[in-house]
Each structure stands twice: as C-alpha cells, then as structure tokens.
Design a protein around this ligand. Structure first.
Ligand SMILES: Nc1ncnc2c1ncn2[C@@H]1O[C@H](COP(=O)(O)OP(=O)(O)O)[C@@H](O)[C@H]1O
Ligand SMILES: [Mg+2]
Length: 406
C-alpha cells in the first residue's frame, strides 16, 4: 500500500482513539504506539513542558526504549529541549554526533539513541512539549511522510490535551532500589540457543508496586529470577546498593537472596510436616534480621492458625502463609511470580488484599501476572514483548484489591 494512503488511515485511527477512549492518558499511549509502529521505529516519548512549575521538560508517556521514570530535561537541553525552545520540527540521523545531543539519558539508562524525529506540541499560544520518535529500525532517515505523520500526531495530541485539561502526572523521582541495564539472557548452546531477554532496561523504585505483564513464554519469570539473584544474566548489569550482581559470586548471590529478597510463587512450597509457624521459623533462622513468625502471621491475618499444618489450611490461607514467610526477614524487595494463578476469584482477592497491606507498609513489590485486571492495583505496569520492556504505564490512582472484577 502507498505509504501516504496508509498514513492517512493511521491519522484517522488516532483521531478515533483520542475521541473514543475513556481516558486521555490511555488514548495518548495507544496513539503514540500506533505511530511508532507505522513509522517502523523502536521507541517513542511524549514530553510535557512544566513551564509554570519547575520549568523543566518531563517525559509523560513512552513506548519501548529506556525507562525514563523520574528523569527530566532543562528547557533548551538536548534535542527535545531545543525543539521545545524553538518550536521547530527536528530530524536527526545520528543523535550521538549531533551538537545538541545531551547524552545524559543514554548514559544513565544504557539505551542507545540513534535516529530521531522530534516534533513540538503547540497549543494555540505556545509550545507545551514535544513528541520524539526514536531509532527507525531499518536504519533509513525519516522521510517527509514520516515527519508529516508525527506532526499530525502532535497536532491531535495538543488539541486533545487542550480540550481535556490533562493531568500530566509527572512521576516523582524516588530512589532506585534495583537497576537493570541492557540485561540479556540466552538459554542453551549451539543450534539450540534461544535469546529470551534481549536488552532489558528497568529501574525498580523503592516502595513501588510494579506489575509485569506479558504473554506466556516472553521471559517474565526469567527476568524475575535474575532480579532475585536466582539466576544471572548472559550480559548486562543488575545493580543493587551500588553493587553489580551480574558478576557476583555464588556466595554473594546467596547472601543477597537470603537477606534482601522475599519470594512468593504460584505453588506455596510449604513443608507439609511443619506447622504454619514452624514453616516461618525455618526461614527466619536463615536470615540475619527478622520479625518473629507470630508477627509475620499476624500481618497476614493468620495468627490464630499458627499451629495448623498446611493440609489444614485453605489454598488462600496457604498462600498467605507463604507471603508471611517472605515477610519474616523484612526483605527490601518482594518478588511474586503469578501468586494468584492457581486461585479462584474470591481467594485471589483475599491474597491480593494481603499484598496490598504489604505495599502500604512500604515494601517494594514486583509481581508477574497475566491477569490485566491486577495491573490496576500497581503504581507502574511494565509490559514485556520480544525480550524487551515494550511499554511502561503509570497508574496515578491505583485500585484496591476489593475493586477488582474478573
Ligand atoms: N532454564 C532454562 N533453560 C532453557 N530454556 C529456558 C529456561 N528457562 C526458561 N526457558 C525458556 O525461556 C522462555 C521464557 O520463559 P519464562 O521466563 O519462564 O517465560 P514467562 O514467565 O514469561 O512465561 C521460554 O521459552 C522457556 O522455555
Ligand atoms: Mg513464568
């Protein structure tokens, strides 16, 4: 199909998305994704200029590429900053050798920006931000039709923002707990080799509830295992407390797992011959600092079941014991891999309510799930596709477990 005819359809599609979606935020994200795909690019970002606030330019949405949470540009800084300042569309073949290039973000995230089209977002009176479409995958320069499509997206976005009084919801810069930079993982050797992770860039922030979505087999568990020190990446860095666990010894990894990470799996993995309390004591002895088993059981509402054996507990109660077991050493980070996959709706809500309290108590929680409804509870939702983080979405108003329906 002729590219221009195709792009006209894309513009119609975006117009419809912006008109029909119940949330402008969601519509903008979908529209940006539509343009990134249509142009054949790797990533896209919508930036907003907080002119009357801190005077900086903040990434509000992005598709693919690096995790930009908490980062911002000074007006005039870098290519995006200069586009906001001049109000002029800019096409760059090689950002790394462009005099305006700031380079700060790539250095921080590990992402490599090559080509870019950056168009200003103009409302009736002024520049309110810009849209970047990054790294045309076939290596060619953006052509006139590509640039025109981006300008159309910018125009429709500016109109939509203007008409809706969008809550830009800039993310606060919370300290990073663990940082993944260009993490890859390959399984097998020779002809059986499969690269499951192809360059994951992700910062996990202290105290956040991060949900990881993605189709079965896309590498969610592989990534979680690497974050938890149960597996090591083929290449890349996993930074925790300033230390790179990608190159840690087996002893260092074991100490990290024991002290800093709590795991919750689909299977409860409780010892059938030990009571609920004994199942926790067993772990408590392995960790240096711990709360008592009774305290941990009380925090999941199961103190009165402390002397029951797993066989005398319901599925939901057993999963709550396994959450208590993860909590007993007061880990910095809890990793939950499909914790409700084996549970029915009512029991899932029971378990999610317990996890909700864990988050409220300030623990960082990463949960892998294929249940899109659960993502409504998260502060941030990461979608994995093709071995990379393909999408990052913020929930400015996370739902509580009791509000979820499926
Ligand atoms: N230890 C392993 N050896 C070989 N292949 C593996 C191993 N672990 C996972 N894989 C493969 O990696 C891919 C991703 O697996 P996984 O991370 O479990 O996906 P998800 O959790 O998203 O369903 C799958 O194709 C799986 O077969
Ligand atoms: Mg899995």
């Amino acid at each position: 199909m002729n590219q221009r005819v195709n792009y006209t359809q894309v513009v119609w599609e975006i117009t419809r998305q912006l008109q029909e979606s119940e949330s402008l935020e969601k519509a903008l994200r979908i529209s940006l994704g539509t343009v990134v795909r249509a142009v054949g690019a790797e990533a896209g970002t919508i930036w907003f200029y907080d002119k009357d606030g801190d005077g900086r330019i903040h990434p509000s949405f992005w598709i693919g590429g690096a995790d930009l949470t908490g980062l911002s540009l000074a007006a005039g800084e870098g290519i995006a900053g200069s586009v906001v300042e001049t109000g002029k569309t800019t096409v760059v073949r090689d950002c790394q050798s462009d005099p305006r290039w700031a380079g700060r973000f790539d250095a921080k995230t590990g992402f490599v920006t090559r080509s870019m089209v950056c168009v200003p977002l103009l409302n009736k009176y002024e520049t309110i931000g810009c849209i970047q479409i990054i790294n045309k995958l076939d290596g060619s320069l953006y052509n006139d039709a590509d640039v025109e499509l981006c300008e159309n997206l910018a125009m429709l976005t500016a109109i939509a923002v203007d008409g809706n009084g969008l809550n830009l919801g800039f993310s606060q810069e919370k300290p990073t707990l663990i940082s993944l930079k260009n993490v890859t993982k390959t399984f097998g050797t020779g002809e059986m080799q499969v690269q499951v992770l192809k360059g994951i860039n992700l910062d996990v922030r202290e105290g956040e509830f991060l949900v990881i979505l993605g189709e079965s087999g896309c590498g969610k568990s592989t990534m979680l295992n690497i974050i938890g020190g149960m597996d090591q990446p083929t290449s890349g860095n996993v930074i925790f407390d300033g230390k790179d666990y990608a190159s840690a010894t087996e002893e260092e990894l074991t100490a990290f797992r024991r002290k800093s990470v709590g795991f919750v799996f689909q299977a409860y993995n409780l010892m059938p011959t030990l009571t609920a309390e004994e199942n926790l004591d067993f772990i408590g002895e392995l960790a240096e600092t711990s709360m008592t088993a009774a305290e941990a059981l009380a925090s999941v509402g199961l103190l009165e079941k402390r002397s029951n054996y797993p066989g005398q507990l319901s599925g939901g109660q057993q999963q709550r014991v396994s959450i208590a077991r993860a909590l007993v050493k007061r880990p910095r980070l809890i990793l939950a891999d499909e914790p409700t996959a084996a549970l029915d709706y009512e029991t899932s809500i029971e378990v999610l309510s317990v996890l909700e309290n864990v988050i409220k108590a300030g623990t960082t929680l990463l949960m892998v799930t294929h249940n899109e409804e659960i993502a409504k509870m998260a502060n941030r939702v990461i979608r994995m596709k093709g071995g990379v983080v393909s999408e990052v979405v913020f929930n400015h108003h996370p739902a509580s477990a009791r509000e979820l329906v499926w």
